[in-house]
Design a protein around this ligand. Structure first.
Ligand code: GLY
Length: 371
């Protein structure tokens, strides 16, 4: 069955990336007819599986285009959350309290990090052990000196809920349909094919995270992108134990607060779509995190899960207009930083779709893979 609606824009991917593009488009062009398609189960292993750290300074150590894009996105976050709250009427936990890097884990790179923060004018402080006891009294004394850096934290599940709600309120059609392929000719796409019908559109956006590669194949496109598995868990801990995000060694602690506990992450595993959660791996995460915040060793586990990070071969996002199809756009490959990049990529991709983008970022361009 072919759907009667002919949408202006069909977004394939129902995570924060897809919905934020729909949100941004509707905010600037309320006349557009937009549909978001996607299997909501996929979000459980992507947008809803993340920890919500907004951490360009913990994740990057050189000032390349990727770093600047992530930093711009962090700067956009407060206004983005405010705008979203007004439209969605949903509350999203968001904080700019900052992140901590204990010297016990960052010994080798301590001086380089500080130099990088100085050179890039990144707001940071060095806390002596005495200051750590005052500002984060539940941290282990073995953390030693700590670098505080101005980063953010969001509850990414609340963010996803708010984006879905805002998109619906703005008139976006949210079709919970799994896309299996497309009707197309050599240079353009006509319909997305789903289990419940074919959805016609003028423009299409591929924003399907780790599933983008398989959908690309149905378009005759070879996308060098694969999932990188991360096992994670969430522990019940009182809010007052820590108000900062912590970067450790192969470990991070992300406080969701609001009574929702702390998320601990994460492994980096190249195992395809394997979603297994292994008890001993989760225990390893808890043990490592408890070296930083000892109360975690006794905290009840609320849940544990696996996330799938969509990683392109060069670990850069794939965003912008297709070379191959005149009505196809991409926003995928956000790897470890999809939640962080959400506001900036929404602006960037919406402008690409509306053809108002002033300058394409070469490093992120689909053209680098002839897509
Ligand atoms: N951004 C943290 C992670 O991907 O585990």
């Amino acid at each position: 069955m072919t759907q009667k609606h002919n949408y202006d824009i069909v977004i394939v991917g129902a995570g924060v990336i897809g919905f934020s593009i729909a949100f941004r488009l509707m905010r600037s062009r309320p006349d557009l007819k937009i549909a978001v398609l996607g299997d909501p189960m996929n979000s459980l292993m992507a947008s809803r599986a993340a920890a919500g750290m907004l951490a360009p300074f913990g994740e990057c150590d050189r000032a390349d285009r990727f770093f600047h894009f992530c930093r711009e996105s962090l700067e956009k976050y407060p206004a983005f959350i405010e705008e979203l709250a007004v439209i969605s009427d949903a509350s999203v936990y968001f904080s700019m309290n900052g992140s901590l890097m204990p010297s016990s884990f960052f010994k080798e790179t301590w001086e380089d990090r500080k130099r990088f923060f100085e050179e890039e004018n990144i707001p940071y402080e060095v806390w002596s052990p005495g200051e750590v006891r005052e500002k984060a009294p539940y941290l282990s004394e073995s953390c030693g000196e700590i670098l505080w850096v101005r980063e953010g934290q969001v509850n990414n599940r609340e963010l996803h809920d708010a984006l879905v709600s805002a998109a619906r309120k703005l008139g976006v059609a949210v079709l919970e349909a799994n896309v299996t392929g497309f009707n197309r000719d050599e240079s353009s796409i006509g319909h997305a094919v789903t289990g419940s019908g074919e959805i016609a559109g003028k423009k299409f956006v591929l924003a399907s995270g780790s599933w983008s590669e398989a959908l690309g194949r149905t378009l005759g496109i070879s996308m060098p992108l694969k999932p990188i598995k991360g096992q994670m868990c969430r522990l019940q801990v009182e809010d007052n134990r820590l108000e900062y995000t912590v970067h450790g060694l192969l470990t991070y602690i992300a406080p969701w607060r609001g009574g929702q506990g702390f998320v601990l992450g994460s492994t980096m595993e190249d195992r395809g779509f394997d979603s297994a959660v292994e008890d001993q791996v989760i225990q390893g995460l808890i043990d490592r995190a408890a070296e930083i915040l000892p109360c975690l060793s006794q905290a009840p586990v609320i849940e544990s899960w696996t996330g799938l990070r969509p990683a392109a071969e060069d670990l850069m996002p794939i965003m912008g207009k297709s070379q191959r199809y005149k009505n196809l756009y991409y926003s995928t490959g956000h790897y470890r930083n999809g939640i962080l990049q959400t506001p900036n990529q929404a602006d960037y991709v919406a402008e690409a779709i509306l053809e108002t983008l002033k300058e394409e970022i070469e490093e992120f361009s689909p053209a680098r893979y002839s897509l």
